[in-house]
Ligand binder design. Structure first.
Ligand code: DAH
Length: 341
């Protein structure tokens, strides 16, 4: 009887090695360990054996069963692994495809485009300029001479302060006003989107890298009414046709007079809420009539030509529009934030 068992074990093991598909493995299992399987028969016949053999044959049969089951498992796994590693079956065409995650434009890029589109529709051309600037364009040519206290308004990241031509990372897009005017004659109508840099201790409303959009219009006979009309039109496009605007005096060295422009709060309609700090108004940009010194500096005659300029912070507009409470979200690269736009 023990001999017979060993034969079953040997033939079963040998057969198993040759099997390489799951269906055949199951047939093998049925042939040896199924209801009418060879091993099962032996176990069934135990009761017919004389009592002194029963124990030895029983335990040998059980050991073989355990062994064969373990070998079967191993073989099944090996067959599955081989399938995954290659061969036709490696591709299960019934599996749903993996979703392709599509990229999208960064919210800042989207807003830059929206704003530039609004001004393009009014005849402004979009131009760009260098982020590494000279002291001359960033300050001097904008009527901000050395040691002028207005320089305190911009926390500058210097690249080389001591050279004949000191260089820095531009603190605003305003230097492009000068670069553009140097290169062409009026009429000039441009908007300039771009990155700006400041030496900031960052907090919820300050980042050391951010985007601005500069605007400039110079021609014969441009007045403050043109400034108001253009910027009012822009505000309505971006924040809704029912918006009201307010201009108040402000100081920027390169414009005279200088103003800040606010819109009535689009959340509370001007009644006063958290967004507008209960004032009913939200400041969105700085602007003014181009200072005669800036015009003279580029060779335009301020008696003949006048113009207006403006500058706005792109992230600030986005924060207002979408109720974002921390500017640092924009460049933290957190997809949970970015995917909302
Ligand atoms: N460059 C200014 C800043 O960064 C913003 C600004 C204000 C730009 C008034 C202008 C302007 O063109 O007219 O704070």
């Amino acid at each position: 009887m023990l001999d017979e068992l060993n034969k079953i074990k040997d033939s079963a093991t040998l057969e198993l090695q040759g099997i390489s598909d799951l269906k055949a493995l199951d047939d093998w299992r049925v042939a040896y360990m199924g209801r009418k399987g060879k091993l099962t028969q032996v176990l069934r016949g135990l009761s017919d054996l004389p009592i002194d053999q029963r124990k030895a044959v029983g335990s040998a049969a059980n050991d073989i069963k355990t062994l064969l089951e373990a070998e079967l498992k191993g073989r099944q796994q090996a067959v599955k692994d081989a399938k995954l590693a290659g061969g036709l079956d490696a591709i299960d065409v019934t599996l749903p495809g993996r979703p392709v995650s599509l990229g999208r434009l960064h919210p800042t890029t989207q807003m830059v485009r929206e704003i530039c589109d609004a001004f393009s529709a009014m005849g402004f051309e979009v131009v760009e300029g260098p982020e590494v600037e000279s002291d001359y364009y960033n300050f001097e040519a904008l009527n901000i001479p050395k040691d002028h206290p207005a320089r305190d308004m911009w926390d500058t990241i210097w690249i080389n302060r001591d050279q004949t031509i000191p260089t820095l990372l531009r603190t605003h897009t305003s230097p492009m006003q000068v670069r553009v005017m140097e290169q062409r004659q009026p009429p000039v109508r441009v908007v300039v989107p771009g990155r700006c840099y400041r030496y900031e201790a960052t907090d919820a409303t300050h980042e050391s890298v951010f985007f601005q959009i500069e605007g400039l219009a110079v021609d014969k006979g441009i007045t403050f009414a043109d400034l108001k009309g253009s910027l009012f039109e822009f505000a309505k496009r971006l924040f809704g046709a029912e918006r009201k605007v307010r201009f108040r005096c402000d100081y920027f060295p390169f414009v005279e007079p200088g103003v800040d422009m606010s819109i009535d709060c689009f959340v509370c309609g001007g009644k006063g809420c958290r967004l507008c700090s209960n004032t009913g108004w939200i400041e969105i940009l700085g602007a003014g009539m181009v200072h005669p010194n800036v015009l003279k500096g580029v060779g335009y005659d301020p008696e003949v030509y006048t113009g207006f300029a403006f500058g706005l912070g792109v992230e600030r507009i986005l924060m207002l529009k979408h109720g974002i409470d921390d500017i640092r979200h924009f460049y933290a690269n957190d997809l949970r934030f970015l995917k909302q736009f």
